[in-house]
Design a protein around this ligand. Structure first.
Ligand code: SF4
Length: 364
């Protein structure tokens, strides 16, 4: 590792920040990712939305399946919401999928199927924030625009020794000012610089165990010079995460399972899931049986299954699944909100990952 001189780090060094990033990206950055093979704004946009909150390795197969089914913005805009959600199933943060679909429709309607090059216009489309808009504009159209995703925030707070919670308005404003002022002059190198910042944040300047000895910023990094790499970015105080307990009903008849469409907002919004009840320690099986007889059909047998625990950012969900065999289906079940789905096709259903896993595990 280059010996770090504290005074030099705190005052910056002679090579410009952007130049260091650009040179490093050209030699050591990522160049073979599927969405890097094209400047097509549709592909860039799709990858950028998928990469929000999700790792590259997880995104690649989803990105490829999406492109195979929806090769352009028009085919995505024309797809049904069930088709879009089924392709997103398992990727999480489903608001992204709903926004993606709404955005495709808006681009077709308002821009004749061509994403505009202006970051300000891109940022007005559903699911595209300021940083994503800048990335699309830079990668697709070579526009000089600053990005600031969570990885880049980590690089900046460490490289410049910025204290404070990065989601606070004051720190975020300071980081945006940095992002704007650090960009290279002109547009020639904007793509290498933007990609370099992303690559550095995702590979070297990782949350834990950053590889400072390989970093092009090591001779100017304030956190490294002042031994604060592990302390930056400042961490939010952790609040205790509550657990919500529910029962999910796996209602089975003639090799079909009853799925319920969730409302468009809230967790798993727009996906299908299983009918649920709030869990109650006392007499749950009897309560569930009465509920089923009243709403779904005649019950033959009901068996509690092993609990499933699923984590969201703000709470944990503890699911107690009940396997319920019916002798007859109720004919009052609304077809607007429910569907009897063939069990053997569950793999392709627009289901949240833990529910799909539960159903597939039950059939194995
Ligand atoms: S030297 Fe280490 S902490 Fe500083 S920017 Fe590079 S990887 Fe991050």
């Amino acid at each position: 590792m280059t010996k770090v001189n504290k005074t030099e780090a705190l005052s910056g060094s002679h090579t410009s920040f952007s130049e260091a990033i650009i040179q490093w990206q050209k030699k050591h950055g990522r160049h073979g990712l599927p969405w890097q093979q094209s400047r097509d704004a549709y592909r860039v946009w799709l990858s950028e939305v998928m990469l929000q909150q999700t790792q590259v390795a997880t995104v690649i197969p989803y990105y490829e399946r999406f492109l195979a089914s929806f090769p352009d913005v028009i085919s995505l805009a024309n797809a049904s919401s069930e088709q879009v959600m089924a392709h997103w199933s398992g990727l999480g943060y489903y608001t992204r999928a709903r926004n993606l679909h709404a955005c495709a429709k808006q681009v077709v309607k308002e821009y004749n199927g061509v994403f505009p090059p202006e970051p300000e216009l891109l940022a007005q489309l559903p699911g595209i924030g300021r940083s994503t808009a800048a990335a699309i504009a830079a990668f697709s159209y070579g526009v000089r625009a600053a990005i600031l995703d969570s990885n880049v925030k980590r690089v900046f707070t460490r490289a410049f020794g910025i204290d404070g919670i990065t989601s606070s308005k004051a720190i975020e404003n300071e980081l945006w000012l940095r992002a704007e002022s650090l960009m290279p002059e002109g547009v020639k190198q904007i793509q290498s610089y933007t990609q370099g910042l992303m690559d550095l944040g995702a590979t070297l300047c990782a949350r834990t165990k950053p590889r400072c000895s390989d970093c092009p910023l090591q001779n100017r990094c304030v956190a490294l010079a002042t031994n604060r790499v592990a302390d930056l970015p400042a961490k939010k105080l952790k609040r205790a995460i509550p657990t919500k307990k529910i029962v999910m009903l796996i209602l089975l008849k003639d090799q079909h399972v009853l799925l319920e469409k969730r409302p468009d907002c809230g967790i798993w919004g727009g996906l299908f899931s299983l009918p649920e009840l709030l869990f109650n320690e006392q007499g749950m099986t009897k309560q569930a049986s009465l509920h089923i007889e009243r709403h779904f059909g005649h019950l033959d047998s009901i068996t509690p299954m092993r609990k499933v625990l699923h984590g969201f950012s703000h709470y944990k969900l503890e699911i107690t699944p009940y396997r319920c065999n019916l002798t007859a289906r109720s004919n009052t079940i609304s077809e607007d909100t429910h569907v009897w789905y063939p069990l053997e096709q569950c793999e392709q259903a627009p289901l949240p990952a833990p529910i799909k896993k539960l159903l597939l595990g039950m059939m194995a």
